[in-house]
Design a protein around this ligand. Structure first.
Ligand code: IMP
Ligand code: MG
Length: 228
């Protein structure tokens, strides 16, 4: 498992990266200098993303995870089940790196409660297309945070009698755990910070970033607290 540097620690960036703090307005271009007039997209102008895991490191680690998974099940067809929408990029990159027979399916869930404080109750909003009975299933999630989502899904999937049931998460925030969920394959263990990119969103934005970064909110660009 890769353990990342804590927030604030400096790390050398790979060639081509000039700055660890990037501006990410909707256009994808660097922010223009602030004029006296109010910017059109005030929300985005008050946010920054600090790179935490570069695209290169993500890809390298995903290749390693893919090999690990295939090594554990050398002769089995593998059925990857991803949780929409955050796990999609992880699933597609993982699937492309696992040799042999691989199929996949998607499920979607939502948490009851207010936007910033999940009640911990999870609701199924889209079920799988096909049965998982007798299959070797790998649940592919973007991030393991409180663990409530995966706890719900694992209970649901277990009832459907898969041959094997394993969990792969790209990111793990162990400090935030409430439910005792075990992940079999972990990409990176990260500090307790709100992260975006590579599928992870803040109000549906930033999913398309090719890296994972910490979201900083203005005016002093403080870190967004990682709320459940
Ligand atoms: P859990 O049920 O608390 O483990 O959270 C699972 C879901 O919460 C993840 O699949 C994400 O969709 C979302 N989530 C948790 N932490 C973050 C974060 O730091 N950034 C973006 N989404 C997050
Ligand atoms: Mg998710």
């Amino acid at each position: 498992m890769n353990v990342l540097l804590m927030a604030g620690q400096k790390r050398a960036l790979p060639a081509g990266h000039v700055c660890a703090r990037v501006s990410v307005p909707r256009t994808g271009k660097r922010m223009p200098k602030r004029s006296k007039a109010r910017p059109k997209n005030e929300t985005a102008s008050r946010e920054r993303v600090r790179v935490l895991i570069t695209g290169g490191r993500l890809q390298k680690r995903i290749q390693e995870l893919a090999q690990e998974i295939r090594k554990d099940f050398p002769n089995e067809p593998l059925h990857l089940v991803s949780v929409l929408k955050g796990g999609v990029f992880f699933l597609t990159d993982l699937a492309r790196n696992i040799p042999g027979e691989v199929s996949f399916d998607f499920i979607a869930v939502s948490s009851y409660g207010q936007k910033t404080h999940s009640s911990g109750q999870v609701r199924l909003t889209r079920d799988l297309d096909s049965s998982i009975e007798g299959k070797t299933v790998i649940v592919v999630e973007d991030i393991l945070d409180t663990g409530m989502t995966l706890q719900y899904l694992l209970r649901l999937f277990q009832q459907r009698k898969p041959k094997h049931l394993r969990v792969a998460v790209l990111l793990d925030k162990p400090e935030r755990r409430i439910a005792a969920v075990h992940a079999d394959y972990i990409g990176f263990s990260i500090p307790n910070e709100f992260v975006v990119g590579y599928g992870l969103d803040y109000a549906e934005r930033y999913r398309n970033l090719p890296y994972v970064g910490v979201l900083l909110l203005g005016p002093g660009l403080k870190k967004k607290p990682a709320e459940a």
